[in-house]
Design a binder for this molecule. Structure first.
Ligand SMILES: [Zn+2]
Length: 174
């Protein structure tokens, strides 16, 4: 087993200690889909998370962003392909009314991952996004495994300090 695989395995064990269960729910933003059309995203993500049961998910606003990009005369085939892939994902209802304009993805994701705004990842979502600002904000929503894709490599970030502190506290409480 490679060094990185071992690290990832250990990391996911820590997250399981904090309540994550398989099948892991992985919420993805539209930029991930657009950036990964040439790779088998779900299989590679399963490998990184050492699991065979993964539930890729997308919020209504994130898929709507793709539909919004797919309008007008100059359609981008990459957007069409991203939509096709997203259709195979479980749709996460986010409660942002469908007759309004879609919410910015960042805002939508934050409201889904941390519904009460108290810095807790209530439903234990893993988040995969290319949006660094969103990942940065989610580092203080605990516990949240954060992923992104760089040069076709799926990456799982080390546990954020805020999550690691919760883990230490829970361990001491045992
Ligand atoms: Zn939404």
């Amino acid at each position: 087993m490679g060094k990185r695989t071992k690290q990832y395995k250990k990391l996911m064990r820590s997250f399981e200690f904090l309540g994550f269960r398989q099948p892991y729910q992985v919420l993805m933003t539209s930029d991930v889909l657009l950036d990964t059309l040439k790779i088998d995203l779900v299989t590679l993500t399963e490998k990184v998370l050492s699991t065979k049961s993964l539930k890729p998910m997308i919020t209504q606003c994130c898929i709507r962003r793709l539909y919004d990009m797919n309008q007008g005369p100059d359609r981008n085939p990459a957007v069409v392909a991203a939509i096709e892939r997203a259709k195979g994902f479980e749709r996460r209802r986010c409660g942002h009314l469908m007759d309004e304009a879609a919410k910015p993805e960042r805002e939508c994701m934050l409201s889904v991952v941390d519904p009460k705004g108290d810095g807790r990842n209530k439903w234990r979502y893993i988040v995969m996004t290319q949006d660094e600002e969103l990942r940065s904000k989610l580092r203080s929503v605990v516990p949240t495994p954060l992923m992104y894709v760089k040069r076709s490599v799926v990456i799982l970030e080390p546990m954020a300090d805020a999550s690691a502190r919760v883990r230490t506290r829970e361990e001491l409480a045992k």
